[in-house]
Design a protein around this ligand. Structure first.
Ligand SMILES: Nc1nc2c(ncn2[C@@H]2O[C@H](COP(=O)(O)OP(=O)(O)OP(=O)(O)O)[C@@H](O)[C@H]2O)c(=O)[nH]1
Ligand SMILES: [Mg+2]
Length: 288
């Protein structure tokens, strides 16, 4: 059996989480048009008769500006170390040289496939150019153009991934799709809606903490705290007469219900924790 850890790296917004979801055929990782959406390492375990691949989606690589960022980059570092194969991913519309510099700077020990994403948004010539550019790089075993969004070339990528994996015994039960608890995904779904609904800086000042998760026979009761940095941000999250948080609650609830397959009663509270992004204590409490 072919078994291994396949970790996805790249700049924010390259489409790493979209790729994890496309490879898994299931939405595990949240996606948004804004940068810096993913903050944790998210494992997706794909098991078939002749392979088990443990994919990891990781946060987009950035220059840290506060402690939360540092934690996110530590997550990337850890993932660099245990990869059997790295997928180095970029948006085809992004600067090729910048991505090359980033990929070189990772000093990967594992073999790597360069994954050129969003080919649905580019022409044939642009694709050729990007493929040829990366093919010659020393860290690149091969380059492949895909569209994570339109699920183009995903099967071909999977085939190539399996090619590079070592033989071994499976690490996980065939039924396991991830090693993260349901509560984690629930908080992520709420965070995704915050990225969708609120403009500018708000999502970056926010985290979500599940305070209660009670499964009853006919419904699951969930109470979550939305943590922000400042009182003004609390006002924005709530919106005029609480309109915005109501909308957030409705949209999150629908997705949570689809995810856990049961009716949900969702209660949201907003709490102000000044400078939580730079506090060891808060970061630990919030799972970072
Ligand atoms: N046109 C197009 N858009 C895509 C494709 N893949 C992803 N996107 C979009 O690109 C944006 C970012 O996607 P994500 O999957 O969240 O990117 P990411 O690399 O995980 O971003 P971070 O978590 O911030 O590092 C979203 O709006 C996606 O819908 C693609 O193949 N084509
Ligand atoms: Mg992501």
């Amino acid at each position: 059996m072919k078994v291994g850890f396949v970790n996805i790296f790249g700049k924010p917004n390259a489409g790493k989480s979209s790729l994890l979801n496309a490879l898994m055929g299931e939405k595990l990782a949240i996606v948004s048009r804004k940068v810096q959406t993913t903050r944790h390492r998210i494992k997706g375990i794909l098991t078939a008769t002749d392979y088990q691949i443990i994919f990891s989606d990781t946060p987009g690589i950035i220059q840290p500006e506060y402690k939360l960022h540092e934690r996110m980059m530590q997550t990337v570092k850890n993932s660099l170390e245990d990869a059997d194969l790295a997928l180095l991913m970029l948006d085809i519309k992004d600067n090729l040289d910048e991505n090359d510099q980033l990929f070189s700077s990772l000093k990967l020990k594992a073999p790597a496939i360069v994954v050129i994403n969003k080919i649905d948004a580019a022409g044939e010539q642009e694709r050729e150019k990007a493929m040829n550019f990366f093919k010659e790089k020393s860290y690149c075993r091969e380059a492949i153009g895909i569209s994570a969004l339109k699920k183009k070339n995903i099967d071909r990528l999977l085939e190539r991934i399996i090619h590079y994996l070592p033989e071994g015994d499976p690490f996980f039960d065939g039924d396991d799709m991830t090693d993260l608890p349901v509560k984690f995904f629930v908080s992520e779904i709420i965070r995704e809606k915050i990225y969708d609904l609120y403009e500018q800086e708000i999502p970056y000042h926010t985290t979500v903490l599940i305070q209660e998760f009670k499964e009853k026979t006919t419904l699951t009761k969930i109470r979550a705290d939305i943590i922000v940095n400042r009182e003004t941000q609390k006002g924005i999250i709530l919106g005029e007469a609480g309109k915005m948080i109501k909308k957030l609650g409705t949209e999150a609830r629908k997705d949570i219900e689809a995810f856990i397959g049961q009716k949900v009663f969702l209660e949201l509270f907003v709490k102000v924790k000044p400078k939580w992004r730079d506090s060891e204590v808060f970061l630990k409490e919030y799972g970072y």
